[in-house]
Design a protein around this ligand. Structure first.
Ligand SMILES: [Cu+2]
Length: 368
């Protein structure tokens, strides 16, 4: 039995960016519902929003009247009401739930969650040491604004994994040799996300339609997760390190303020700054060498606006990581001490890219 309470939630996407979203049980996104194939499940849904709502159980086989489509399969849940949904899980896999009334508004505000159903009799190869769940979504929150903008149709400026943007995403921590499953669901309003994992290949083993037979599981390094779909990938984490895992659309690894700017590449900004300063004190044109400088705006003496995040990344062990948004790190270690983030990977001596020595250049006939 589960009880979902639809309500407004103050949610922190990063420590510096909070917004009034709509979620379930005080969370954005809602809690993950986990069950076993054959379980009879009863879900009460209480509506504490100011608007009517419903919950649809995406990918689940159930009686039509439990499908949660406002107007089509039920009347909507009015503010203050509690509805009961009930069915038996006749399948296993990775599924999702989300509002199915005024979807454009309610899903843009965060009303979604994941459903995991484990097989009653696990097939060969099903057991893993790590079973991760990532829900992908996209938002428009103008810098300084207090709420997501559900009317946005194309220019999303906050791309999230489990409703957090890098560097606030949670790393996926594994021990060398672990068998790993990552379940990825996408309920972004308008975008598919090609999720790329560094350092490994994986097999795509399941969709929200079910598990693929072994003969149909093909190797990939990037899996496209269409909106309204789930993909499960599996691999053995046999290479220690800090491996990037991210959406490969470059605008999806940017945070706010990375979009809609004039192209300043190659423009001599010093001259413009001098002219600009005559008009506006502190005027600072940016982007002469691209956007990499923007990751550390405070180091440049620029103030990050209240309730916003720099458009790129955060501090890495060697330099600024010029990525944000839909980016996380698979951290594989030979030995894990305790729970949580093990910190940065220490490269074994001689295994990291470094500045080439003059004698190396001479040896290999490189003239620079
Ligand atoms: Cu993407």
């Amino acid at each position: 039995m589960f009880h979902l309470v639809a309500e407004e939630v103050e949610h922190a996407f990063t420590p510096t960016l909070k917004a009034r979203c709509w979620g379930y049980n005080g969370r954005v996104h809602g809690p993950t519902i986990e069950a076993v194939e054959g379980d009879r499940v009863r879900v009460y849904v209480t509506n504490r929003l100011g608007a009517p709502t419903t919950v649809h159980w995406h990918g689940i086989y159930l009686p039509c009247g439990m499908d949660g489509v406002g107007g089509l399969t039920q009347r909507t849940i009015a503010p203050g009401e509690t509805f009961r949904y009930e069915w038996t899980f006749r399948q296993s896999g990775t599924f999702m739930y989300h509002s199915h009334h005024d979807e454009m508004t309610q899903m843009a505000m965060g009303m979604m969650g994941m459903i995991i159903v484990h097989p009653r009799r696990p097939p060969a190869g099903y057991e893993v040491d790590r079973d991760f769940v990532l829900m992908l979504s996209e938002w428009k929150i103008a810098p300084g604004a207090k709420r997501p903008d559900p009317n946005e149709m194309s220019d999303f400026n906050l791309l999230t994994m489990n409703a957090h943007a890098f560097p606030a995403t949670v790393p996926l921590v594994c021990q060398t040799g672990d068998r790993v499953r990552i379940r990825i669901g996408n309920l972004s309003a308008m975008d598919h996300h090609p999720i790329h994992l560094h350092g490994y290949y994986f097999k795509v083993v399941a969709t929200d339609g079910g598990r693929l037979p072994a003969s149909a599981q093909w190797p990939e390094t990037t899996v496209l997760v269409p909106t309204g779909s789930t993909r499960d990938i599996e691999f053995v984490a046999d290479a220690p390190g800090d491996w990037a895992m991210h959406c490969h659309m470059t605008h999806h690894v940017m945070n706010q303020m990375g979009h809609g700017l004039p192209n300043m590449i190659g423009v001599k900004t010093k001259a413009i700054a001098a002219k600009g300063n005559r008009v506006v004190e502190g005027y600072m044109p940016m982007g002469e060498h691209g956007m990499g400088d923007m990751a550390d705006m405070e180091a440049m003496g620029m103030k990050v606006p209240d309730n916003s995040i720099p458009m790129l990344g955060g501090k890495g062990p060697y330099d600024v990581i010029t990525m944000g948004g839909m980016f996380t790190i698979l951290k594989v270690r030979d030995r894990l001490e305790g729970e949580g983030d093990p910190g940065w990977y220490e490269m074994p001596p001689g295994t990291m890219a470094t500045v080439a020595k003059p004698e190396e250049l001479a040896r290999d006939g490189i003239d620079v």
